[in-house]
Design a protein around this ligand. Structure first.
Ligand code: DX5
Ligand code: ZN
Length: 222
């Protein structure tokens, strides 16, 4: 049986930046649920993508929520700007926050969904004391910084462990997977307990991106 409970979030990072408007319209017209917006600072990750002015330009044309992934150090400095630039959810990295509990509260105070992302080396058990306070956990299935990398297989175990950690404490938690998502690993990820699949190169490099989103949305995993 197919189900459409899960969400698909195409990552604009994989779009042709010289034709960003076309990429936005593609996502608007597809069955995708969210835009995934990757912001990098060249410090937390060894790459720089784009910043808030570009995000604001995207927000002007996007008809779906912007799910923002902040790959930056000390993200507290930019939460308000991020919200004002059109964010619907803001995800910060566990590894970049000294006072994660406070950061999550600040995101919620702004009226956004609060998310935490975990690098591949960070165990989900470290979220035990904030699991009630998050709307979303993003499990990185590649090392953040670049699109088009190979999916790390260990991710399945992390999804199951996180679902178990949240059980009875935060049953509405959204588990997002970011990096190397394809039609090959989508079903097992959803079976393991994932809710949101971020997909960059697999969608934007496809011959037919709209059809690819449709297929990801229709994945059979029950
Ligand atoms: C990587 C980013 C991802 C990236 C995913 O640092 O956080 O969102 O765009 O791209 P793919 O799907 O190509 O791995
Ligand atoms: Zn991302």
């Amino acid at each position: 049986m197919s189900t459409t409970k899960h969400l698909i979030a195409p990552s604009v990072l994989a779009a042709d930046f010289a034709n960003l408007y076309d990429a936005i319209q593609l996502v608007n017209n597809s069955e995708a649920d969210w835009f995934h917006i990757d912001i990098m600072d060249g410090v937390f990750v060894p790459n720089i993508s784009f910043g808030f002015p570009v995000m604001q330009a995207i927000a002007k044309h996007a008809t779906k929520p912007l799910d923002v992934h902040l790959m930056i150090v000390d993200p507290d400095r930019y939460l308000k700007t991020c919200k004002d630039s059109g964010a619907s959810s803001i995800t910060v990295h566990y590894e970049a926050c000294t006072h994660l509990h406070r950061t999550l509260a600040a995101i919620k105070e702004l009226g956004c969904k609060a998310g935490v992302a975990l690098n591949p080396h960070t165990p989900v058990s470290l979220l035990q004391d904030v699991i009630q306070d998050v709307d979303l956990v993003c499990i990185m299935s590649v090392n953040p910084g670049f699109g088009g990398q190979k999916f790390i297989e260990r991710t399945y175990d992390k999804v199951r462990a996180l679902r178990a950690l949240a059980a009875g404490v935060n049953d509405s938690l959204l588990i997002e997977i970011d990096g190397g998502v394809t039609l090959q690993n989508a079903a097992p990820l959803l079976q393991a307990g994932a809710d949101v699949l971020v997909t960059g190169s697999f969608v934007f490099n496809a011959t037919d991106p709209m059809e690819t989103v449709k297929k990801l949305k229709a994945v059979d995993y029950t």
